[in-house]
Design a protein around this ligand. Structure first.
Ligand code: ADP
Ligand code: ZN
Length: 218
């Protein structure tokens, strides 16, 4: 089972992916996590990647596709993968179809998360992340048991540099212009499952993941 998570920043892609990874026993590959790891390295490539992330702009397609292609060669994705944050452009989507096809695989399902903008902004500025196990917390809705400390592995939580209101505004714009067209790409392929993640109806990450599991079972 190969699943793609679409959705603007702060719609819960990472959290839904983590739940699905456990339930479906498949790998979770987050392009953002891969790039953040590189951006911490003191190399030319690290600096280049950092310059894009810092502004909330996309890393160029060629580089992104190469990195994901390498990651998809690893053993843990053999049984399937949840791609969280990739593809984000039409060129990436076309490249992914080709990469999978060469292995006799395909994209099975595309989950498209949407949330009201006010909720996105609120969720992102209160988001805290574990650098080690990547668990995601929220200082309002999903507090760790001990302030600033990861429940799972005890590491000190941090706030992403690009999780500020200004940068999120730009990331949402980038999403609209570059990634949103992928909805049509996958709609045409009959693979799109839209889910509205919102406090208004109480459909949050957990409920969204349940809907996905229901759909897969059918
Ligand atoms: P978000 O919360 O915005 O969904 P991610 O953690 O998925 O954040 O990504 C963080 C940053 O990493 C993006 O703003 C972008 O600079 C880079 N990035 C992640 N995935 C991609 C991709 N598929 N193509 C280009 N850049 C990417
Ligand atoms: Zn942790």
């Amino acid at each position: 089972m190969n699943i793609i998570m679409l959705g603007a920043p702060g719609t819960g892609k990472g959290t839904v992916s983590s739940i699905l990874k456990e339930k479906l026993n498949i790998a979770h590959v987050s392009s953002g996590d891969i790039f953040r790891k590189f951006s911490n390295e003191d190399s030319e490539l690290g600096k280049e990647i950092k310059s894009y992330i810092e502004k909330g702009n996309l890393v160029p397609d060629e580089l992104t596709i190469k990195m994901i292609q390498e990651r998809l060669k690893e053993k843990d994705v053999e049984n399937g993968v949840i791609l969280d944050g990739f593809p984000r452009t039409e060129a990436q989507a076309i490249a992914l179809d080709k990469i999978l096809e060469e292995e006799g695989k395909k994209v099975d399902l595309v989950i498209d998360l949407n949330s009201p903008k006010e909720e996105i902004l609120d969720r992102i500025v209160t988001r805290r992340i574990c650098p080690k196990c990547k668990a995601v917390y929220n200082t309002k809705l999903n507090k760790p048991k001990q302030e600033g400390i990861c429940d799972i592995c005890g590491s000190q939580l941090y706030q992403r540099d690009d999780d500020t209101v200004e940068k999120v505004e730009n990331r949402i714009e980038v999403y609209k212009t570059q990634t949103k067209p992928l909805e049509e790409y996958y709609e045409k392929a009959n693979k799109l499952m839209k889910i509205e993640v919102t406090e208004k109806t109480g459909t949050m990450a957990k409920e969204a993941a349940e809907q996905v599991i229901e759909k897969i079972k059918k």
